[in-house]
Design a protein around this ligand. Structure first.
Ligand code: C2E
Ligand code: MG
Ligand code: MG
Length: 403
């Protein structure tokens, strides 16, 4: 059983229209038919998905041979009206055996294998094995758990202050997600963000955090008017960052919350940037239009080429905690921190040092003219109730920390 799914079909539909999409499906069906033998069965399962039953197959090798032929047949351009379309497909293979009781089960496994193929890159195939099923079950359970968490409002956002070094003043907060699990207690993001990113919930959960943080910011800006106004940084995953309507949706949110330009910031990690330079560049332009800043998180850990920094005018680089925390012991770390601060200042980007825990680290950063910092020395991430008290108690300069 082959489960066949076109790559980027939605893109064809969206850009060239549904009539072209329909015609493309017809032409693909013809090409697939031409690769099959009498006795094989081809069916459209829905959308851009086809199922193919191959008869008289000896095992995976035979099936892969057919799959190669199918991919080859697809690789030629397809002409529709005045358009030339290139397309590829992801194909899952499940081999029939005594273990299957119903046809549904084998279609399900071919489908699981197809997803595996799609995730390992387009234009490829995967042969089902039982570990994929276990993996799919685990994923399913996780997804159910997370969906329930979202519905039952088990997520919380904590806020960590970001301090301006020259004045010691509270400048912004970073919104950090927490999961208040009914039986497991408070779960930190490192223990579930990776899993969230593997499920379809990454986008809805991401938006929940952004909306929560933006509304909270609006409240604090009203309660505590500062000049410049308090800002809010929100971490976003690559999957959310690259959705088509991100900037549009942000613009609506900003308008609804009435927060001024420049006070909402998105943080994406350096790794996300490296994998998708062109997409980042166009998202960056959209964000500029609506006055949302872009900060690069965990800077220094992603091996990105410094030449990117000339093309991408980020608003800020966040020096990864691993460098800050070892500054006192390692000359190298200190040199890297200093280099990032200089780089930022030369290229016109702000720099924020993360994970400042000791007075010694603070003194060093100060000597290097680091503009902003956050870390346990100033404050741990706080529940929103505690933030009011933190702001009312005054700025970091008044909290006894010598800057
Ligand atoms: P990050 O964005 O680099 O956030 C900073 C992390 O360092 C936070 O961990 C914060 O609590 C911790 N931290 C801050 N100051 C100190 C310090 O002085 N010492 C030490 N040891 N740690 C410090 P947290 O909240 O556990 O978050 C971990 C990571 O999870 C974040 O790293 C971010 O990448 C991710 N994350 C958190 N919330 C979200 C979210 O809403 N969406 C997404 N996509 N990722 C998130
Ligand atoms: Mg961050
Ligand atoms: Mg970071």
């Amino acid at each position: 059983m082959l489960f066949f799914d076109l790559d980027r079909f939605k893109h064809v539909n969206d850009s060239l229209g549904h009539a072209v999409g329909d015609e493309l499906l017809c032409q693909i069906a013809l090409r697939l038919t031409s690769c099959l033998r009498p006795g094989d069965t081809l069916a459209r399962l829905g959308g851009d998905e086809f199922g193919i039953v191959l008869n008289d197959i000896d095992g995976p090798t035979d099936a892969i041979y057919v799959v190669d032929r199918l991919q080859e047949a697809l690789s030629d351009k397809i002409e529709i009206e005045t358009h030339t379309v290139y397309t590829t497909a992801s194909i899952g293979i499940a081999i029939c055996s005594d273990l299957y009781n119903t046809s549904d089960e084998i279609v399900r496994d071919a489908d699981i294998a197809m997803y595996r193929a799609k995730n390992s890159g387009h234009a490829t195939y995967a042969v089902f094995d039982t570990s994929m099923h276990d993996q799919a079950m685990l994923q399913h359970r996780m997804e159910t758990d997370l969906r329930r968490a979202l519905e039952r409002a088990e997520f919380e956002v904590y806020y960590q202050p970001i301090i301006e070094m020259s004045s010691g003043r509270l400048q912004a907060f970073e919104a950090l997600l927490r999961w208040q699990h009914p039986s497991r207690g408070l779960i930190m993001p490192d223990d579930f963000i990776g899993l969230v990113e593997e499920t379809n919930l990454v986008v809805p959960i991401g938006w929940w955090v952004i909306e929560r943080a933006a509304n909270q910011l609006a409240t604090w800006q009203r309660l505590f008017p500062l000049n410049p106004p308090l800002a809010m940084s929100v971490n976003v995953s690559g999957k959310l960052f690259f959705t088509d309507d991100m900037a549009k949706r942000l613009a609506v949110l900003i308008e609804d919350c009435r927060i001024p330009r420049g006070s909402l910031r998105l943080e994406i990690t350096e790794r996300v940037v490296m994998d998708h330079e062109d997409l980042v560049l166009s998202a960056l332009a959209d964000l500029r239009d609506i006055g949302v800043e872009l900060h690069i998180d965990d800077f220094g850990t992603g091996y990105s080429s410094l030449s990117y920094l000339q093309r991408f005018k980020y608003d800020s680089l966040k020096i990864d905690r691993s460098f800050v925390s070892t500054m006192s012991q390692k000359v190298d770390s200190s040199a890297i921190v200093e280099a990032i601060i200089k780089l930022g200042s030369t290229l016109g980007m702000k720099v924020i040092a993360e994970g400042v825990e000791t007075q010694d680290q603070l003194n060093r950063l100060r000597a290097m003219n680091c503009p902003e910092a956050q870390g346990f020395l100033f404050s741990e991430p706080l529940h929103h109730d505690a933030v009011n008290a933190f702001i009312q108690a005054g700025t970091a300069a008044d909290t006894g920390k010598t800057l």
